[in-house]
Design a protein around this ligand. Structure first.
Ligand code: DI6
Ligand code: FE
Length: 413
């Protein structure tokens, strides 16, 4: 960890701030010619350059020479802790082998479950480390990580513990989500209700008591769990004080988004098949719509999420990688931003809001993360760009100059 002066205050001069704070009228909430004062891991003040007396400041001073600064990126939906690879399965799929045959030969999600169960907690963290580091190198400072490839109590807890272990070893914040209701494990084949009994009576309460998850997710889909089964999971989450999210309306419309909204959920994710009643429900509940264009692209889907209707209704739209081995094997949040613009029609400004302010809301961190504002965490990114639209425009070009986590700066080069 490269944290030279973790507790020293710092002053960042001559910045162009894409605050992403809607209190400022300009596109990107931009404030040109401003400075940031960071102290104790937080943004203490956002100041017009003219009001700063750098000579009198007792701390570190950085002159940004007019560079753009954004909030740290927040990847609010990932499954990045897992074992194994599904590249060979994908290669087969490309030659026309049907998914059912691949599943019958032990492929699909079950193969990731097998590979994940095989590793111990430390090995699992180690296997997942390059994926997390790739996200961080692009500017991710907060990442959500789901379980869902263990599907036994011990293996789900192991996945969550591996996520916690990663957080402890790197300058990044992890929001852990229990997704035990991701798929029916082989031991419960034909008995999804029996598996949901295990989730609500045992896995979820134990994970909650151990403080290993802050939210609960479920895959509400014909190939996942029914709305009735999902409701049972959400009821247990509520009973144990955990927040609710849902994989909903990805491949069909089961009204899962309305179910998430009914529970005051943080976010409804995927939502390609969301209908008008679903949009209305999200709006009423203040639930964030999380767009996952990586899975849409990788699965060659054609049904797009109702972006125009969400925009018209004022539902906040977040954008995330959905990093997972089956449907979105992409450890690049800037790729997700680009895909959200090209495939779903977001503006570059909406894509940036999708990985900052709105992603923070999707993790219940809207008051403290995702904006450059006094009182927010000092997670920020300094860029070598002429305009913030460049962040969604190119992919793979290393534009990041500095990544600052809780006020501690890491140089990129
Ligand atoms: N939806 C998805 O796209 C992924 N999980 C989910 O609920 C697929 C995960 C996998 O195939 O491993
Ligand atoms: Fe997902």
């Amino acid at each position: 960890m490269n944290v030279p002066h973790p507790h020293r205050p710092s002053l960042w001069l001559n910045a162009r701030l894409a605050t992403m704070d809607s209190v400022h009228d300009a596109p990107y909430g931009a404030l040109e010619g401003h400075a940031l004062l960071l102290r104790d891991g937080h943004i203490e003040a956002v100041l017009p350059q003219g009001e700063v007396d750098a000579a009198a400041f007792d701390g570190e001073v950085f002159d940004l020479q007019g560079r753009w600064v954004t909030p740290g990126f927040i990847d609010c939906h990932t499954h990045l802790v897992y074992g194994g690879s599904r590249a060979a399965e994908w290669e087969k799929r490309l030659t026309g082998v049907p998914y059912q045959q691949i599943a019958a030969e032990g492929g699909g999600i079950v193969s990731t479950v097998r590979a994940t169960r095989w590793l111990d907690e430390e090995e699992l963290a180690l296997a997942s480390l390059p994926r997390l580091k790739a996200l961080m190198a692009e500017g991710v400072t907060t990442v959500e990580i789901k379980s869902g490839y263990g599907l036994t109590q011990a293996d789900e807890l192991k996945q969550l513990a591996a996520a916690q272990r990663l957080e402890a070893s790197l300058p990044v914040e992890v929001a852990a989500t229990l997704l035990a209701a991701h798929a029916v494990p082989p031991e419960y084949a034909g008995d999804a209700d029996g598996y949901i009994d295990l989730v609500v009576e045992s896995i979820l309460p134990v994970a909650a008591r151990a403080g290993l998850a802050e939210a609960v997710d479920a895959f509400c889909e014909s190939v996942g769990f029914s709305p009735a089964q999902t409701r049972r999971v959400f009821e247990a989450a509520r009973a144990h004080g955990l927040k609710v999210k849902g994989h909903v309306e990805q491949l069909s419309n089961l009204h899962g988004a309305e179910l998430v909204a009914e529970f005051g959920g943080l976010s409804a994710d995927h939502i390609e098949y969301l209908d008008d009643a679903g949009v209305e429900a999200l709006k009423r509940a203040g639930t964030v719509a999380v767009l996952l264009p990586g899975a849409f692209y990788f699965l060659r889907e054609t049904q797009k999420p109702p972006v125009d209707k969400l925009r018209a209704a004022g539902v906040p739209m977040a954008v995330s990688t959905d990093l997972n081995p089956g449907t979105s094997p992409f450890a690049s949040i800037r790729l997700a931003m680009n895909q959200a613009c090209v495939l779903f029609g977001l503006t570059p400004e909406e894509a940036l809001a999708g990985v900052t302010r709105h992603a923070a809301q999707a993790l219940g961190r809207g008051d403290t993360h995702g904006r450059l504002a006094a009182g927010c965490v000092a997670d920020l990114l300094v860029w070598d760009i002429a305009h913030p639209a460049e962040l969604a425009y190119s992919v793979g070009v290393p534009l990041l100059k500095r990544r600052v986590f809780r006020g501690a700066a890491q140089s990129i080069d």
